[in-house]
Design a binder for this molecule. Structure first.
Ligand code: SF4
Length: 411
């Protein structure tokens, strides 16, 4: 569990509770920054003066506040952030790179994380205790991370225990998970992984239970697609070696003999952005753009990844386009902010979005210029807002799982 501080500086739990606030009707449409519904991410409150999006001085206000903060603040920007926000980032990257960059800046009292909640948690775990990690809008969550709640994961472990396979199972959790899930993984001898090192992490995990040819298993959370793509395409397991554990069904929807036969127990979670690309999108772009190279993120479905030409993390995608031959055509299957930026920074390339109807990551886009200005100006005024703090026990065990990842070869 993590906590956050409000504009007044008082620590508040981010665990859903309605104490002290009027509970809105289930269908209430809340404006961002005005009122809040603590049972969901809708309309998280930013008390104080959230600037109007129409304020023509927003960029200048952000520049002035950033300059006033100097080295006391460090601003991180994930690749999927809006242009209006990422222009103020001191460093850009994927979630893991950003957490490491934050840890490498112990002089910065405030780390402003322009990304989503699980990333801010990881930064809090990896930074010094006196550094404060701030998320400009606490409504910036991740739908994939939200698909694995800690009580569901504890229940899944009990199901594996009842089936007699837990002691032969190593949990591996994707970076895109809550601190509580990372802590669970640390407590049970597992590791965190990223989309760049999932293959190495899975090999390590299988080695802990007798190697890939034995009967050991991996419980992979929360992205079934990254788990399946890595196991089948990089480790050579068969698709039928993978089963999907559905936390909303009794026993995960799996019989004990299915758990016994499986090598990969995949959590039923996915990214709502990458999960929308289809093999049909790949076929259509090939028809539309002769000679196109299709490059997708491993959070895409197995059908999309196998239909594509190349697959890799956001950092891999950026490197691939940096190294591409001028005039070559590319169709990219990842978040739209990044693809648009790549198209703009590479005018020598013919860059297409894999599916023109897919939208941005809505939670990443919660971080906008009004929230960034509000955050930076509050810090200038001596008020730490929207601080994300992981509780000490979870932070300890999540750190164990993160350190295990850092000890994997190739990082
Ligand atoms: S792109 Fe997908 S995995 Fe990344 S923050 Fe958005 S919903 Fe989560």
């Amino acid at each position: 569990m993590s906590t956050a501080t409000s504009a007044s500086g008082a620590a508040t739990s981010t665990t859903p509770t309605t104490g002290g606030f009027e509970e809105p009707a289930p269908s209430a449409l809340l404006l961002l920054g005005q009122g809040r519904d603590l049972a969901s991410e809708r309309g998280v409150e930013c008390p104080g003066a959230l600037p109007a999006p129409s304020d023509p001085d927003l960029a200048e206000r952000a520049r002035a506040a950033r300059a006033a903060l100097g080295d006391s603040a460090f601003v991180l920007g994930h690749h999927y952030q809006r242009d209006e926000v990422i222009q103020f980032a001191d460093v850009t990257g994927d979630s893991f790179k950003l957490a490491r960059e934050a840890a490498a800046r112990p002089a910065a009292e405030h780390v402003v994380f322009c990304g989503v909640h699980f990333m801010a948690e990881s930064a809090d775990i990896l930074t010094a205790p006196d550094q404060k990690v701030v998320l400009p809008d606490l409504a910036a969550g991740c739908s994939m991370a939200d698909m694995a709640a800690i009580d569901q994961v504890e229940e899944a472990w009990a199901v594996l225990s009842d089936a007699g396979v837990a002691e032969r199972t190593v949990p591996v959790t994707y970076m895109n998970s809550s601190a509580a899930i990372k802590a669970f993984t640390g407590r049970h001898g597992g590791t965190v992984c990223t989309s760049s090192n999932a293959q190495v992490a899975l090999r390590w995990a299988f080695d802990q239970v007798g190697g890939e040819d034995g009967d050991g298993k991996v419980l992979f959370m929360p992205d079934q697609h990254l788990g399946r793509n890595t196991a089948v395409l990089q480790l050579g397991l068969r698709p039928e070696d993978c089963v999907v554990y559905d936390p909303r069904r009794p026993g995960g929807g799996l019989a004990p003999h299915e758990l016994e036969a499986a090598r990969m127990v995949l959590w039923r979670g996915h990214c709502s952005v990458h999960g929308r690309f289809s093999a049909r999108n790949v076929a259509e772009v090939r028809e539309r753009v002769p000679g196109v190279t299709v490059l997708v993120h491993p959070e895409c479905t197995h059908e999309v990844v196998t239909a594509a030409d190349m697959v890799g993390s956001t950092e891999y995608i950026i490197r691939a386009l940096d190294a591409a031959a001028p005039g070559s055509s590319w169709a990219i299957g990842t978040e739209l902010n990044l693809v648009r930026r790549l198209a703009r920074t590479h005018p020598e390339l013919d860059v297409h979005y894999l599916d023109s109807t897919v939208c941005f990551c809505s939670t990443m886009n919660r971080i906008d210029l009004p929230h960034l200005v509000w955050t930076l100006e509050s810090l200038v005024q001596g008020r730490t807002v929207n601080r994300v703090v992981v509780d000490a026990d979870d932070a300890h065990w999540a750190r164990v799982a993160l350190d295990q990842m850092l000890a994997l070869p190739g990082l």
